[in-house]
Design a protein around this ligand. Sequence first.
Ligand code: 5GP
Ligand code: MN
Length: 321
Amino acid sequence: MKTELFSQLYSLIKSSKSVAIISHVSPDGDTLASSYALKLFIDSLGVRADLFCEDKCPYSYFFLIDSTAYSTDDIDENKYDAFIAVDCADALRTGKYSVIFNKKNRTAVIDHHKTNVGYADINIIDETAAATGVIVFDFFQSVNHKMSREQAELIYAAISTDTGNFTYSNADRRAYNVAGICVESGIDVAGLTKCLFKDKSINKLNLIASAILTIKLHYDGKISSMTVSNDMLEKTGCTYDDTDELINYCRDIYGVKAAVLVRETAEVGVLKVSMRSNDVDVAAVALSHGGGGHTNAAGCNLKMPLLQGEELIVKELSELL
Ligand code: 5GP
Ligand code: MN
């Protein structure tokens, strides 16, 4: 089935002069690196590929990709013959570009979220893939495209970021296999790992310190929660982009089955909720608030004050215990 979908995607690209590739809002390593690797492939076919993301590329990925290649502008639909969403679980995750997918005209989605019901003409959704980067790699193989070293770095980065540097339960044999093929192309794994997972500013360290102080345990320590306010960002000289991995401190506490991080966003009154679990399905809670994700990692938005959001999600997670 996937072979057929890959050949449909290939035909869509080959029959286009220009393709728009779209990453999800609050972009992460998987959506950015997978879309960039795909762009390089499409470029190599002599077809123009432009990258779009409603939110700016976080500075922590500047070492990996040409961040100026991502446009935050509206897409002029007349300029493109095809539209491909990468790692976007639903049309809303493409942000303002969702209108394009609602029309369903020469659209495709490549994704690995189990909550993705398919919202494009060509829906390549494989929830068994650890990262969208794994599916992009499969696509390259199906069209006999040999990855360049740069593409290997990107695919490796996509997989390593979505598996928490191969520490989450989605780090399966297939993920290691593809990563191994990337390593064979001579990529600098230690260098990439340092840039992706270790390097941080002193401001970020200060933010981590203040975020850790907000951690609360609930229900006999089975649920943990953390909150990050805009005030904390201001005081530590950080931006929202610095808040990404904070939830790990909350999840990695002995005895915790589910963890939640609630963040204030730039939009007043709008909260971003991130959930992680060790053995319950947090995607169910995310879905009930219009979000989505995976069994062990999911997210959604809420419109309410910060502490009220924290209380609500903690209560809902407790119902899964
Ligand atoms: P994170 O907590 O790192 O932002 O996201 C965890 C997982 O849930 C990721 O796979 C991400 O794509 C997904 N996710 C986060 N927020 C949302 C959301 O608002 N809607 C959907 N559909 N998925 C989300
Ligand atoms: Mn992903």
